[in-house]
Design a protein around this ligand. Structure first.
Ligand code: NAP
Length: 286
């Protein structure tokens, strides 16, 4: 397929590389043009404007936040009205996903946020959560298989996929918070983190989230960030906005959001979102 790819950060550069490996004709655009170099060397074409990456079959976007997506879609040289089907992988607000669906023009719009950190993206092992018109999802299916291990279809309303993604990210943060609190408790009582993690993941807590984030907490592997805390704070804020508009109280969300604020203030914006463990430990004087 002829695919445009916009947004070559940690996730986007890995996904675009897999599209090239799968044999697609890929055209790339990134705000900082130097990030296109490696992909161009690997066979991608370079677009001068986002719109120039949206003239094929699909244009996939993997950008930081709502502001970045709005700029690339509705700003100067943006992709709105282009013939390609817009596939939005970024974690964005429900409101923006609804606007993209309503204003997508002839190309159409599919929301397809993903679960998985940069190593999973590089390995083509993402989980894709997709929603949009069925025929559009059918067109995307083979491409999703090139970048991920499984695709979940959520229905024909694109923003439903974003709601699932925000709910999932909230649960990851809640799991990290729970693990950090349990590890702090155990450590204060003289049981080391590794022993605790072995017992928990070997008994009732064998899910991938406890293995992946448990290892990160065990080794204090917070830099370089695989998922930067400011992006995590963005997601918890988006979840909070959705919770307010839908009338769903989420007290736990308030706690993890505040720990993200605290760790960004004390450690700086380059820390991984799992760094909330540092805020938990600090409050226990560890
Ligand atoms: P990242 O490494 O920080 O990359 C962000 C990308 O957005 C870069 O290409 C950046 O361009 C671009 N960008 C930022 N502001 C922009 C603007 N105003 N206009 C145009 N482009 C702009 O982030 P990432 O980790 O790849 O995450 C990308 C998206 O995936 C986010 O929505 C994130 O929540 C989501 N996500 C991340 C993970 C993860 O583990 N990292 C997992 C699942 C989903 P420059 O290169 O010019 O800065």
């Amino acid at each position: 397929m002829r695919i445009g790819f916009i947004g070559l950060g940690q996730m986007g550069s890995a996904i675009a590389a897999n599209l090239l490996k799968a044999g697609h004709e890929v055209t790339v655009w990134n705000r900082s043009a130097d990030k296109t170099d490696a992909l161009v060397a690997a066979g991608a074409a370079r677009a001068a404007r986002p719109l120039d990456a949206a003239k094929g079959d699909l244009v996939m976007t993997m950008l930081a936040d709502d502001r970045a997506v709005e700029g690339v879609v509705f700003g100067e040289g943006g992709i709105v009205g282009a013939p390609a089907l817009h596939v939005g992988h970024s974690t964005i607000s429900i409101a923006l996903a609804d606007r993209l669906a309503a204003d997508s023009g002839t190309g159409g719009y599919v929301s397809a946020p993903v679960f998985g950190r940069p190593p999973a993206a590089a390995a083509g092992k993402l989980f894709v959560v997709a929603a949009g018109v069925e025929a559009a999802l059918d067109r995307c299916e083979p491409v999703f298989a090139d970048i991920g291990q499984r695709t979940f279809r959520i229905g024909d309303k694109p923003s439903a996929a974003n709601l699932v993604k925000l709910s999932g990210n909230f649960m990851i943060m809640a799991a990290v918070e729970a693990m950090a609190e349990a590890m702090t408790l155990a450590e204060k009582g003289g049981v080391d983190r590794q022993t605790l993690l072995e017992v928990l993941t070997g008994t009732l807590f064998g899910a991938p989230v406890y293995h992946i984030y448990g290892e990160i907490l065990l080794e204090d592997r917070f830099r370089p960030a695989g998922f930067a805390a400011p992006l995590g704070l963005k997601d918890m804020t988006l979840a909070d906005t959705a919770a307010t508009s839908l009338g769903a109280p989420m007290p736990l969300l308030g706690i993890v959001r505040d720990h993200l604020r605290s760790v960004i203030a004390t450690e700086g914006p380059d820390i991984d979102w799992a760094g909330i463990a540092l805020a938990v430990r600090k409050s226990a004087k560890l």
